[in-house]
Design a protein. Structure first.
Length: 331
């Protein structure tokens, strides 16, 4: 009889642990559902409509693209603070180049600039050994200064072709092109990070760089590639942002930085708990977009939205840190 009770008790604890683990693993998805339900109940005439759902997807597209690249660098522990400045610089550059050449030539040039910036960040942080935080903060500052110097603080809007603008404003089957571009980027980055050799090296270096080095992985090269991916997707974000605004604006991308980090840290609390991952980041982006959209619909002042975003980032970082600590403790 006592043995039977002991067996039942063990089974009960296993089910409890499994349930708690499931909540931790998919907590952000549950939170997203509850957030959606809350806003739907508060504004049933506006929030849950098809038009607003499409609007949310359109609003998060640029944030999603930037966050996908940022996730790759964060897997390695490289905090790329320059992504928003890269996006702003790229938006200004594409607006400056379009009056002089075809967009099919201008876009690759600007993307190549993004690759170059990522290469510089990776070189000084991985090869030279300077903290990525310091390197990317310096890059951010320099790019902001170059952007303001080049534009004089004014927007560049003359000579931008309609075909370029329609990349960001056009739709197919009532869904904006931006949404398709974002989904395509996530498919590519997901395959790269989870089904290719680079992804295995990426997580190996992010998990234990010393062990990865001894196993023959070229750690510096992995950091370089990760920074280049982060910067080129930030550059793509800036190009699409310029198309959406029909201009190159010297401060256009600055508001994306906090939201991108919040999305990545929220994503680290789901699927691969305590580890940055692409699918988790996509869920985090959806959470941020839903939250911002709901707050706007409810008429919450914009300055309070910043307060709430900051609080969400703190909670996300804390949750991610607790998840990592619990994983280490269980090993």
């Amino acid at each position: 009889m006592p043995e039977e009770l002991s067996s039942r008790s063990k089974e009960h604890w296993k089910r409890t642990i499994s349930f708690v683990s499931g909540i931790r693993r998919y907590g952000i998805i549950v939170s997203l559902f509850l957030l959606f339900l809350c806003f739907s109940l508060l504004r049933p005439d506006v929030f849950p409509t098809l038009g607003n759902l499409i609007s949310i997807l359109k609003q998060i597209a640029l944030l999603g693209i930037m966050s996908a690249g940022l996730t790759i660098s964060l897997v390695l522990g490289d905090f790329d603070l320059s992504v928003a400045a890269v996006a702003t610089w790229s938006g200004v550059m594409i607006a400056a180049l379009l009056p002089q050449m075809s967009m099919w030539l201008a876009i690759p040039i600007v993307l190549a600039m993004g690759v170059g910036i990522g290469l510089i960040n990776g070189f000084f942080s991985a090869a030279v050994g300077i903290s990525p935080f310091i390197v990317t903060l310096a890059t951010q500052t320099m790019l902001r200064g170059l952007t303001l110097w080049y534009t004089g603080g004014y927007s560049l809007y003359s000579g931008i072709p309609r075909g370029f603008i329609m990349v960001a404003r056009g739709t197919f089957l009532s869904i904006p092109y931006l949404v398709y571009i974002m989904l395509f980027i996530y498919i590519v980055v997901y395959v790269l990070a989870n089904h290719m050799a680079f992804g295995k090296r990426l997580y190996a270096v992010g998990g234990n760089p010393t062990a990865a080095r001894y196993s023959g992985i070229r750690v510096v090269r992995v950091h370089l590639v990760a920074f280049m991916i982060s910067s080129v997707l930030a550059a793509l974000t800036g190009i699409l942002l310029a198309a959406r605004l029909s201009s190159g604006q010297p401060r256009a991308g600055e508001g994306l930085l906090l939201s991108a980090f919040a999305a990545c840290f929220l994503g680290a609390t789901t699927f691969r708990i305590g580890r940055f991952n692409v699918l988790g980041t996509l869920i985090g982006v959806l959470f941020i977009g839903t939250l911002n959209n709901g707050l706007v619909i409810l008429g919450v002042p914009f300055y309070l939205q910043y307060v709430i975003q900051g609080a969400v980032l703190i909670i996300a970082i804390a949750a991610s840190g607790l998840a990592r600590s619990s994983i280490r403790a269980s090993v």
